[in-house]
Write a protein that binds this ligand. Sequence first.
Ligand code: 4NP
Length: 155
Amino acid sequence: MPQSPSILFVCLGNICRSPLAEGAFRAAAQAAGLDVAADSAGTGDWHVGRPPDTRAQAVARAHGVDISGLRARQVTAEDFHRFTHVFALDPANLADLAAIRPADATADLGLLMDVVPGRKGSAVDDPYYGDAAGFEATWADVTAAAARLVDRFGG
Ligand code: 4NP
């Protein structure tokens, strides 16, 4: 029997972009009545155990999504067996993931914005060193991707 879909979103710190991607996807899936497991992780370990950046929490909250309960963790090789799909938030994250992906991985690995028409190869830009406008841009990107993923897994 095929594994039911489960999605892991991965950025660098797991405190800005990937928790927003997870939150946006969970909200879109719930609104569509779709039952798909989702999680997020970082390629780095600096923020392990911390909640999302307060600016990420704020932009999600402004759009009706609560991500305050999420806690950062670092991606592991095992994630390539636990999840059916691993999505990198930018090309550097994708290269780092490809480097730790086990030879017998069962998960598909891809770039998140590749699912959005016209955005193939694009990064979800890192808002960490920017301002609130950057977090709004992140939210716009991850919600566009979430809608496509719900279409893909809901149909
Ligand atoms: P994220 O953002 O990868 O979207 O979670 C960052 C968070 C922290 C750092 C870099 C990016 N950092 O260098 O600590």
